[in-house]
Design a binder for this molecule. Structure first.
Ligand code: AMP
Length: 310
């Protein structure tokens, strides 16, 4: 079926209900994006299409999560190509609203607060970013609720098809590990009736994590940026071999690249994102962790991460 484009919430609801066949469908997936789509987004869409009867993708560049107006202005917008990519993956419906549809009264007075988890790492460099991101994710999760709606008696359990209600799942990339951890916390802390599904990071063949911002890298900067995934791979190899992670030498590798200005590089608990002091230096690595890295390469801020397990 050709993909349908909705630009208003009313159209989204009508089309969503039509696609779910007035309650015949048993599951709905939502894939929130900011557009400028690449293979990473395609992987999210494919996972959603495999697991759900109806799949909605959203494309919305959320002003609330940009601290810098220039960054917001120059964020790439490629709607036609995005629609073609989503149609190829089998997405049914795209919600691409204008800013006034999402924030009809201007900036919302009441917002989601990301708390301690949103103040560290990316949050430290981008104050307010995660409050803005979670606020729009909360709105998108509400817009995307399957058309059967929420029963008056209360919310169904996360993601479950209950009492004739379709199951509801939303898909986020592990590429944005802090965002994923925060969305999981928001959904748990505030009882959103949705299952959050994390999808592994998609990389170019040379290891660079795909990102809509990579297009702003010169050839030389792109080559330099490979040091991020190389450093993460070093840690992965040491974790797999149950060796000390020796984060200091991995950090030195990144710092030896003159075009790369390292912001942070640490090994953290996957849920709390608190640094794991234990596993970094002399002791052999054991358990589950996440290596997080962020750096500025030329004009572009890049983030990447690797799950570690041993
Ligand atoms: P964005 O359009 O950058 O807001 O990203 C939309 C969704 O796609 C987020 O859940 C991202 O984590 C996810 N995503 C972005 N890049 C990748 C990638 N390389 N691999 C997997 N997921 C990604």
């Amino acid at each position: 079926m050709p993909i349908t484009l909705a630009t208003t919430v009313a159209e989204l609801r009508t089309e969503g209900a039509r696609l779910l066949g007035s309650g015949q469908g048993t599951s709905q997936g939502l894939v929130p994006t900011m557009g400028a789509l690449h293979e990473g987004h395609a992987a999210l869409a494919r996972a959603a299409v495999e697991q759900n009867d109806v799949v909605v993708a959203s494309i919305f560049v959320n002003p609330l999560q940009f601290g810098d107006a220039v960054d917001l202005d120059r964020y790439p917008r490629t709607l036609d190509a995005d629609l073609a990519l989503l149609e190829d993956q089998g997405v049914d419906l795209v919600f691409a609203p204008p800013v006034e549809e999402v924030y009809p009264g201007g900036e919302p007075l009441v917002r989601i607060t990301s708390g301690r988890l949103g103040e560290k790492w990316e949050g430290a460099s981008r104050p307010g970013h995660f409050d803005g991101a979670l606020t729009v994710v909360a709105k998108l999760l509400h817009y995307g609720l399957p058309a059967a709606g929420v029963p008056a008696a209360g919310l169904p359990a996360a993601g479950a098809a209950q009492g004739g209600l379709p199951a509801y799942r939303a898909y986020f990339g592990q590429k944005d590990a802090q965002q994923l951890a925060l969305v999981r916390r928001m959904v748990a802390d505030l009882n959103f009736p949705v299952e959050i599904v994390g999808v592994p990071t998609v990389r170019a063949v040379d290891g660079l994590a795909l990102s809509s911002r990579n297009r702003f890298l010169s050839d030389e900067e792109r080559e330099a940026a490979l040091v991020l995934s190389r450093a993460l791979r070093l840690l992965e190899e040491r974790a797999n071999a149950r060796e000390p992670l020796d984060l200091d030498s991995a950090r030195a590798l990144v710092e030896s690249q003159p075009l790369v200005a390292l912001d942070y590089f640490d090994v953290v608990d996957p849920e709390t994102l608190e640094p794991l002091a234990e596993n970094c230096r002399e002791t052999p690595f054991r358990g589950e962790a996440l290596a997080l890295i962020a750096a500025k390469v030329g004009p572009v801020r890049l983030i990447d991460n690797a799950p570690l397990s041993s």
